[in-house]
Write a protein that binds this ligand. Structure first.
Ligand code: ZN
Length: 400
């Protein structure tokens, strides 16, 4: 027996299909005794050409003949892949995770934009390479093979046989399993059942294989083709890098600290923005309408609040961070107002630039404004978007 390390990316298109489904079919159709769960590796979520979720797959198979298994894989994929997809399939006998370039390749794939030269050490050293369309999938397939699960989570994906019919009450039962998360939104609506035309019936995410299997055992449905548990980098924040104001680049996701420099503003469509200032510049931060109740957190911010924000950066509109989460480091609890005259009880007025304040009635003077305590509804600490608006890679607060 030999081990075949198999990377797979982009068999889907915006019109349907799903690379995880193709991976599951390969595991089912090949006689392959996998020594570990398949890896579902989410890559940079901000690249413009991604289909849903930018996920690539890595499978480890124990087979009689690696070349033969690779050929079989290619024919399974040819039967499943959607026209227009940039499918990439890479196979190798040595584990790419043992190579010194592996960590760098994965990091670049999840935080930045891969180029052909980045994957040359891998695909230049194996004869098992197949691509369709533009072959961009070779980049993702290679990055998936390079991922070593350190911090990782699990997702059980069930595939549908016909319509998506799942008993709602049973999903709530499944969501109650300890160690399972992002199954329901705060309003109780299920977010684990997609509405896209893909073959996925539902996805259950959790901390362990046992947890997602236990949740799955509680789901009542008649429309299952099968299911598969993947080990994934979902919910790890691997896409986030430390950023500093003024040097943010588009198509990257950052953690940036600054101070709110003005009141939040809600624009048409219900999107909420505020400006964050730091050493080196300022950036707009956005909580879009689909982030629902998270926008109330953002509306509760005040000038002077210190925050760390997490999200992807876009250049449009002078630079905007699309918020996934924020941490309130400190709240500005004071407001400076004109002093009150101790004699008349009236608000004093400015006596001129750098002249302090003066009561118009009695002439009493004061040097500076008075500091008032402001009661804040918002709490210090982390606040996150709801599961329905969360990126696959974004770390839920329950994992912090
Ligand atoms: Zn007075």
């Amino acid at each position: 027996m030999e081990t075949l390390h198999l990377g797979l990316d982009d068999t889907d298109s915006p019109y349907g299909g799903c690379t995880t489904h193709a991976a599951w079919r390969i595991l089912r159709e090949l006689d392959c005794d996998p020594p570990e769960p398949p890896s579902l590796v989410r890559l940079n979520p901000t690249v413009p050409w991604k289909t849903r979720g930018n996920g690539a797959l890595a499978l480890r198979l124990r087979v009689e003949d690696a070349e033969g298994a690779f050929e079989e894989t290619v024919s399974v994929i040819e039967g499943l892949r959607r026209p227009g997809s940039d499918t990439g399939i890479v196979g190798c006998r040595e584990d790419p995770r043992d190579e010194e370039w592996a960590e760098g390749l994965y990091r670049k794939g999840v935080t930045s934009v891969l180029e052909r030269k980045d994957v040359a050490p891998l695909i230049g050293n194996t004869s098992m390479v197949e691509s369709f369309g533009g072959g961009r999938g070779l980049l993702g397939a290679s990055a998936a093979l390079a991922w070593s699960p350190g911090d990782s989570t699990y997702e059980l994906l069930a595939y549908r046989d016909g319509a998506r019919e799942v008993d709602d009450a049973s999903i709530r039962d499944a969501a109650a399993v300890k160690g399972v998360w992002d199954t329901l939104d705060p309003d109780g609506s299920p977010v684990c059942v997609p509405s896209t035309p893909c073959p996925v019936l539902l996805g259950l995410r959790g901390d362990s294989e046992e947890a997602v299997l236990e949740a799955w055992s509680r789901v009542k449905t008649d429309s299952v083709e099968g299911f598969c548990v993947f080990r994934t980098n979902q919910g790890t924040d691997d896409h986030v890098v430390n950023g500093s104001m003024g040097s943010l680049k588009p198509r990257r996701s950052y953690r940036v600290t600054g101070t709110v420099s003005g009141p939040p503003r809600t624009i048409e469509g219900g999107h909420v923005f505020f400006n964050l200032e730091g050493p080196g510049g300022a950036v707009d931060c956005a909580a879009y309408e689909p982030t629902k109740g998270f926008r109330d957190v953002v509306r509760g911010l005040r000038e002077g609040d210190r925050l760390t924000v997490y999200g992807s950066y876009r250049e449009s509109g002078g630079g905007t961070v699309n918020l996934e989460r924020l941490e309130v480091l400190s709240l500005n609890r004071s407001e400076l107002v004109n002093p009150t005259c101790p004699g008349c009880g009236r608000s004093m007025e400015s006596a001129g630039r750098n002249q302090g304040y003066r009561c118009r009635r009695c002439g009493t003077r004061a040097d500076s404004k008075t500091e008032l305590k402001v009661k804040r509804e918002l709490e210090e600490g982390f606040h996150e978007v709801p599961p329905s608006a969360r990126r696959h890679l974004s770390k839920p607060l329950r994992r912090f």
